[in-house]
Design a protein around this ligand. Structure first.
Ligand SMILES: [Zn+2]
Length: 107
């Protein structure tokens, strides 16, 4: 494992092993400002949009073919039954799960 991959509290040792300044105070300030300026206003709305955005990315990665949920219109994604009689069976599930539990069988 690379040294910056740690488990438990190993990261504390890793951080403490770095005691050579890399950036000047001015650089740290500039970078902090850049991060702050690019940041969206923290709010319920931002959070909701963030979740929606991440879901969209995940849905796109999970190769939906432009299939939209019949209930809410969100992209449908291929899922696999994890338990029970139909284990291993694939189906289309709404990417808005668990808010929307719409499923469509794979034909
Ligand atoms: Zn849906």
């Amino acid at each position: 494992m690379p040294e910056n991959v740690t488990s438990d509290f190993g990261y504390i040792r890793f951080i403490k092993s770095k005691n050579q300044p890399v950036l000047t105070d001015t650089e740290v300030n500039d970078i902090t400002n850049m991060i702050e300026n690019g940041r969206l206003v923290p709010s319920f709305k931002t959070n909701r949009e963030h979740v929606k955005h991440v879901r969209t990315i995940v849905a796109e990665k999970e190769n939906h073919n432009g299939k939209a949920c019949p209930k809410c219109g969100s992209p449908m994604v291929i899922r696999e039954t994890k338990t029970g009689q139909n284990i291993g069976k694939k189906f289309w599930g709404c990417s808005n799960f668990p808010k929307c539990r719409s499923i469509v069988s794979v034909t």
